[in-house]
Design a protein around this ligand. Sequence first.
Ligand SMILES: Cc1ncc(COP(=O)(O)O)c(C=O)c1O
Length: 408
Amino acid sequence: MKAHFNLKTLSGLGKYFKLSNKPPIFLYGKKEFLIDSNNKKFYDFACGSGTTMLGHNINVLNSNIKKNIDRGILHAGPHFITTSHIKFFNQLSKFLKYKFNIFNTATNGSEATETALKLAFHHTKKKKIIYFDGSYHGRTGYSLLSSDMKGVNKNYFYNNNFIKCEFNNINDFKKKFNKHKKDLAAVIIEPIQGTSGFIFSDKKFLKYLYESLKDCPALLIFDETWTGFGKTGYNFAYELYKITPDVLILGKSIGGGLPLGLIAFNKNINHNHTGAQSSTFQGNILSVNNSYNLMKYLNKINYLKKIKKIETFFKKKIKIMNSYDFVISFKGIGSMWGIEIDNKFFNEEDFTNKIRSLLLENGLITWECGKNSEVIGLVPPLCVSNKSLQDALNIILKIFNVLEKKYN
Ligand SMILES: Cc1ncc(COP(=O)(O)O)c(C=O)c1O
């Protein structure tokens, strides 16, 4: 298909197509594959930035989306409840278990983060937020302020009520927490940092945050936009760590490929603050319906077992990946794995994205992550076959072997 505009400069504010001068133009999807207009097949190991966790063109979702379109309501605005929302909230509370019983929908992860932080401000009547280095919570106002990875926006987003602590450093947290606790509204953390390349919290560290906040009105917020819905091999990372936060942020997978974000919390948190947060498309009916059907399906198919199978496959490849001099580490959990590349080996700052370009050329879509984009993220959907996992690995090894020969 020919585009009558310059694909590279389609949006100067985004980062589209940085991997290729001739980006693939996708025409359709099937399970773990995306197929472009030249009929070239790509293994999709980025899953629409971590959203299409079941894969593409999945019958159980498609047929229900069609049914829901036929009901004739595409959206009823943010202030009305429909039967779809009731079904969705009921299903979600079963899925989340534990103490979450109030939900506030959003359109995406950033908006859900804004909502969570506003809830904390209003609940505590305090202004300060503690966040961590390497964190990413979105690119909008408060979500960006609470992110370490502000990127090019760094100069425009500073607010001394947002206090950065070192990730996994109890002493640093203790010092800053004690200094600011009387003004503190919340501590926000990703239990496993996704965008900065799959960096795990130490269990002791998370436990310390939890214990510190127990007797303090400030809220503990877990941002599970990335880790939610099984990517870790557990439904949620709070189950893996056995620590339940006051507020849970969800996004990405929750919509099953449609835009949806959400915060979940307990009714003991004062949430009656009319006008604090609202957006036109929050809780869109197609999105909540899709999420409802996704959860029903996940319950039916023992999906965590499938994710464990992906984890077992990748675990067995740690040795071979680490055998390359330019691989610093290959690590992950569940269906989220990252190859950390040593750019110095190639004497080039952003060489990792060059590798991702080569992988794309060879039919493998990967996810860009790492504090300096130095990690190649592999996030296959849970329908991925063993053959496709092996094929994708073969593409990586083929490229790595070429690079090893050329640069050694
Ligand atoms: C942990 C986390 N929080 C929030 C966001 C922002 O979500 P969205 O891009 O849907 O606004 C992301 C996106 O990558 C994320 O990984």
